[in-house]
Design a binder for this molecule. Structure first.
Ligand code: MF3
Ligand code: CO
Ligand code: CO
Length: 270
């Protein structure tokens, strides 16, 4: 990447980063992904979500990194753990996992000032057939969204790729939450919608950093937030799944910062 792009911002307020910044994001993303790899052994029937979060806190500390979520807008935990019909921002606690529960674990770490944000799905015990379909479609929808990332395409192209695929499987895309720019900050422009029309929205440029993190429901897309002001659930109580990667736009595609070092991004490791 040429030096003159350094520190530039597009007319949509999206920051353009340089080659050294990609290195910073890779270190942060790799740690977040490694933590999600290692936490797999701590997800089992009878385990509490609070114990999983405690383990994540320890892993962040052991790496000499910082949790981005502890202290963020009053949030107190190193992860969000969203079980079954919880769409996102599930608060870890006393809840015990039972056979067939599916859960998203979302971790954001700060390494040398750079933010690595990723989430994926896990299962306690035996994966029910309907949940397996939901997880597969959500995973593939994220990867299709990432395939739409290249300079000259738009954010609408990403959203369209995700929405089109999800709805072709008669599932729904959550509208109430979106991906986001990140870098030396947790949440920056743009809002990365997981639905949209081809050609809509800002144009992608080399050096943009953002997350793609589709939430997909087996039922209707509507959500509501519980009285704790964090936990978002499906209004119709249908199952929900989510996968998230942090990526950078390269000259001809996407550089995924949060790739699983152990090839464990998909819960069946496929
Ligand atoms: N990691 C989430 C995201 O993908 C944000 C969690 S904020 C928290 O953007 F405070 F709920 F942890
Ligand atoms: Co995110
Ligand atoms: Co996240």
């Amino acid at each position: 990447m040429t030096q003159d792009l350094k520190g530039r911002q597009t007319k949509d307020g999206i920051r353009i980063y340089d080659a050294a910044d990609f290195g910073g994001m890779h270190k942060a993303g790799a740690l977040a992904a490694r933590i999600l790899d290692d936490i797999a052994d701590h997800v089992f029937v009878g385990q509490t979500t609070g114990a999983i979060d405690q383990r994540i806190t320890e892993m962040v500390e052991a790496a000499g990194a910082t949790s981005a979520t502890i202290g963020y807008k009053g949030y107190k935990h190193a992860s969000c753990i969203s079980v079954n019909h919880v769409v996102c921002h599930g608060i870890p606690g006393e809840k015990t996992l039972k056979d067939g529960d599916i859960l998203n674990i979302d971790v954001t770490v700060i390494v040398d000032g750079w933010f690595g944000d990723t989430s994926r799905m896990y299962v306690a015990g035996k994966l029910p057939r309907k949940a397996e379909r939901l997880i597969q479609v959500t995973h593939d929808a994220l990867m299709l969204g990432i395939e739409a990332v290249k300079p000259g395409n738009t954010f609408g192209d990403i959203g369209h790729a995700i929405q089109n695929y999800v709805e072709s499987h008669r599932m729904s895309v959550v509208r109430d939450f979106c991906g986001h720019g990140l870098g030396r900050v947790f949440h920056a422009p743009p809002n990365v919608l997981h639905y949209g029309r081809p050609g809509a929205g800002a144009t992608l440029e080399e050096g943009m950093f953002f997350t793609i993190e589709p939430m997909v429901n087996l039922g209707r897309p509507e959500t509501k937030t519980l009285a704790d002001d964090w936990t978002a659930v499906t209004r119709d109580k249908s199952l929900s799944a989510q996968f998230e990667h942090s990526i950078g736009v390269t000259g001809d595609g996407a550089d995924i910062f949060t790739l699983s070092p152990g090839g464990k991004f998909h819960p069946t490791f496929g």
